[in-house]
Design a binder for this molecule. Structure first.
Ligand code: ADP
Length: 227
């Protein structure tokens, strides 16, 4: 069992899930005039929904909540609360996943109150029913056991943070690790095969080294102070 359950999500799955989500919306007989992506996680699904649902108006609101992959941070905030006139419009707010539910709720409330559309509905690819405070109006997959979904648009960011976390928290990493032992620890912590990460693995090591969080010398990777 991995310490932190992670599932790598592929681009193909994203397209398939977005298409499934679009079908659910269509079947409900409701059609949005405007799609609003919750930035940044909602961007790709929102753009795909525009294609499947034939919607041309795509906006975004930026909300921030999680600062570190697979680790909860403090409350969600809306970064740029701009105004538009959405009178009479049906608005669909789209995000990748409802985990706590804070982010999408914040976006929905803001849009309702400030843009005053005719109606706001929410749609996400995934809904973690065991932890979420709310259920989106539309979701494609219900997740029962909490998992970190490693979406393809945050692969470098997540892999970098995953490695950092091992180096910070695993005693076995203190004196430095060979590449092979780091890969083994990674698989043990996250249940993800390093060979499935393609070039992202090397990019993450390069980034950590560039940011002076690790030192790579003589085939040994060592955490640096401040990492
Ligand atoms: P929501 O309000 O939609 O439930 P959260 O506030 O829980 O979202 O999380 C904000 C964002 O963090 C999500 O839109 C997603 O991009 C990312 N995120 C949160 N939980 C997960 C997870 N379990 N797997 C992958 N990404 C996640």
């Amino acid at each position: 069992m991995a310490r932190i359950p992670v599932k790598l999500v592929s681009w193909d799955e994203i397209v398939e899930w977005s298409r499934g989500l679009a079908e659910l919306i269509q079947k409900s007989g409701w059609n949005p005039d405007i799609i609003v992506a919750v930035s940044r996680g909602g961007f790709v699904p929102a753009r795909l929904l525009c294609d499947f649902l034939d919607v041309t108006d795509l906006l975004a609101v930026q909300s921030q909540h999680w600062v570190e992959a697979a680790k909860a941070a403090e409350k969600a905030i809306l970064k740029y609360p701009y105004q538009i006139d959405a009178e009479g419009k049906r608005v669909l707010v789209v995000d990748d996943i409802v985990d706590t539910g804070d982010t999408i709720e914040l976006a929905r409330e803001f849009i309702k109150r400030s843009w005053k559309p005719a109606e706001v509905r929410t749609a996400t690819l995934q809904w973690i029913s065991s932890v979420a405070k709310l259920k989106p109006d539309y979701y494609y997959l219900e997740v029962k056991e909490w998992t970190w979904f490693q979406y393809p648009w945050t692969r470098l960011e997540d892999v970098t943070q995953f490695i950092r976390r091992i180096l910070k928290e695993d005693k076995r990493a203190r004196e430095g690790l060979t590449r092979e032992s780091l890969e083994k620890l990674f698989e043990e912590w996250y249940g993800v095969r390093v060979s499935d990460l393609g070039f992202y693995w090397d990019l993450a090591i390069e980034k950590l080294s560039r940011d002076e969080l690790i030192e790579v010398s003589g085939g040994i990777i060592r955490p640096l102070k401040g990492s």
